[in-house]
Design a protein around this ligand. Structure first.
Ligand code: SAM
Length: 173
């Protein structure tokens, strides 16, 4: 899809969710989202993600928006897709999402606010079993931007695919 993909990570608790939220950001970047929005500031996490972007490149942004989810969703100019195990099968919605100019993908942490199910344009499930926001996000993004995983990005470092070992080269100037 050609519009912007923003991921809204709701309910990040800096002490408990540091690792999972970091993985949400890393997956969002690697699988082709344009930015992640957190509603809570977390300096260590921001430093970590900005470091990855600096070393490995890309236009990916991490933004803090302390407003309520209601305000963020109300002001979003495109389509809002909430990932939840209670939703409709995601695959059927992919063509509609691809047509959206901009897309906001919402993922939760422990429990999302109940009104989110009504505020979202679509509630989408990646299978109707409980698993993880990281997995659900990866699957949806891969359906929307399959090219992202093999697209070259410009950074300080570049990993060269290798059958064995680690081959890391300087990124192209
Ligand atoms: N029990 C929590 C609830 O009812 O909101 C869900 C916790 S789950 C660990 C955290 C997030 O993972 C959810 O908010 C949702 O975004 C995502 N998730 C988990 N399973 C999913 C599934 N099967 N399909 C889509 N998203 C899923």
């Amino acid at each position: 899809m050609s519009g912007r993909i923003t991921v809204l990570r709701l309910g990040h608790r800096p002490l408990r969710d540091k690792r999972i939220t970091t993985h949400v950001c890393l997956v969002a970047r690697a699988f082709g989202a344009d930015e992640v929005v957190l509603t809570e500031r977390d300096d260590a996490l921001e430093r970590n993600i900005r470091g990855v972007v600096k070393r490995f490149g890309g236009d990916f942004a991490l933004r803090i928006d302390p407003r309520s989810h209601k305000r963020i969703l109300a002001d979003f100019p495109g389509m809002v897709a909430h990932l939840t195990m209670y939703g409709e099968p995601y695959a059927a919605a992919v063509p509609r999402l691809r047509d959206a100019r901009d897309l906001l993908v919402v993922v939760g942490a422990e429990k999302v606010p109940g009104d989110l199910y009504d505020l979202a344009d679509v509630n989408l499930a990646v299978g109707n079993q409980p698993h993880s926001e990281v997995a659900a996000l990866a699957v949806l993004l891969h359906a929307l931007r399959p090219e992202a995983l093999s697209k070259p990005v410009q950074g300080e470092l570049r990993i060269e695919p290798a059958a064995r070992g680690k081959v890391v080269k300087p990124g192209a100037p």
